[in-house]
Design a protein around this ligand. Structure first.
Ligand SMILES: Cc1ncc(COP(=O)(O)O)c(C=O)c1O
Length: 366
């Protein structure tokens, strides 16, 4: 079969998501599991969103509304952008794939930070593009390094802001200076999946930047703060001409109707966002203090997860945590063998994680 397969596909390493709760229950026979591995919002969706889902259920025999009209209209109103500037996707992952399918010719280069979101490499390889990872500097995107990596073949640059898995952020001034120096023919994707968790005040206003720069695409998702990861819905914001091109490769009905209904309801529930931000800020401070107590180095985060340097094999610690029903992310796929990444959860989840982590670091002794 390998001979029949496009060469660029053979180079793709299959993405391994955080272990699902049900899988761990099945494999280890555990009943209580805490999952802090995929940066979901463990508060779950708001009650208003759940009601919207229940109300919609009798209509699921119909195909979804392909244009996502109501959702786009609500987003347009809130973000002060025209409806024609949105494209909705089956998660923002899908928009990344649409971008690569629409713009990337074989052999063209795609630059992104390393370590960063693993999907950038996959969507590049799917189209036979050349991935150009640029190492982070002090755990943060090195925009100067990225400028140096630009060649005539560069087509797309992905900026993950805040960056997954480090939680670091590029500030407005830095990003503006960078954009001024990026040639206009290059598409710059600002992946803002964790934007709503940012505490720093100088987070770039992507929409204002988009209004000034032709080739910016902003990506956002309902999977994180809105708690809808299981429904798969995210979106892109760009100039109309960019959206029209992306729409050529988007298959019909890519966003299911329940996802549309839930996303619309969740946008209208401001309390949920406030509640989650508060939980995240408190959880972050609790975890920082606990890591300091344990003498563990961590990367201060602007997102809902923290990267921790264990100075010992992360996989082994993850396995020990898993046996006690705690799922966190081991980082070998990112080349960070001594690290783990933990999602900031609810108070009781964070406490339990720290309790079990302490034991695991002592080698399982009580
Ligand atoms: C940086 C980043 N971008 C995008 C996504 C994907 O979002 P979605 O669930 O909308 O596909 C994730 C999910 O983990 C992420 O970490």
């Amino acid at each position: 079969m390998k001979r029949l397969t496009r060469k660029s596909i053979l180079k793709i390493r299959i993405y391994k998501p955080g272990k699902p709760i049900e899988e761990v229950k099945r494999e280890l026979g555990l009943r209580e599991i805490i999952k802090l591995a995929s940066n979901e919002n463990t508060l779950g969706p708001s009650s208003r969103t759940l009601k919207a889902l229940r109300d919609y259920l009798p209509k699921i025999y119909l195909y979804p509304e392909d244009s996502c009209f109501y959702l786009k209209r609500e987003l347009a109103k809130r973000l002060k952008v025209r409806m024609e500037n949105f494209i909705m996707g089956n998660g923002s992952d899908e928009i990344m794939e649409l971008i690569s399918k629409t713009f990337l010719n074989p052999g063209e280069e795609v630059i992104y930070g390393h370590p960063s979101f693993l999907i950038y490499e996959i969507v590049t390889r799917i189209m036979g593009g050349r991935p150009v990872p640029v190492p982070l500097k002090d755990y943060a995107y090195d925009l100067k390094g990225i400028l140096k990596a630009i060649t005539k073949k560069t087509k797309i640059i992905f900026i993950c802001n805040p960056n997954n898995p480090t939680g670091t952020m590029v500030g407005e001034k830095e990003l503006k200076a960078f954009l001024k120096r990026v040639p206009g023919r290059i598409i710059v994707v600002l992946d803002e999946a964790y934007k709503d968790y940012v505490e720093r005040r100088d987070f770039p206003d992507g929409i204002r930047l988009l209004k000034k720069n032709r080739n910016i695409i902003i990506l956002r998702t309902f999977a994180k703060i809105y708690g809808l990861a299981g429904l798969r819905i995210g979106y892109g914001i760009a100039r109309k001409e960019v959206i029209d091109l992306l729409s050529k490769v988007r298959l019909p009905f890519n966003v299911n109707s329940l996802a549309q209904a839930a996303a619309l309801a969740s946008l209208r529930d401001k309390e949920q966002v406030k509640r989650t931000r508060r939980m995240n800020a408190l959880g972050k401070r609790f975890l920082y203090a606990a890591f300091q107590d344990l003498g563990l180095e961590y990367v201060p985060t602007q997102a809902n997860f923290i990267l921790i340097n264990l100075r010992r094999n992360g996989k082994r610690i993850c396995r020990a945590l898993l046996k006690k029903g705690i799922i966190v992310r081991e980082m070998s796929a990112w080349g960070l063998n001594n690290y783990i990444r933990v999602t900031i959860g609810r108070e009781e989840e964070n406490k339990r994680f720290i309790q079990i982590l302490k034991k695991a670091l002592k080698g399982g002794r009580k």
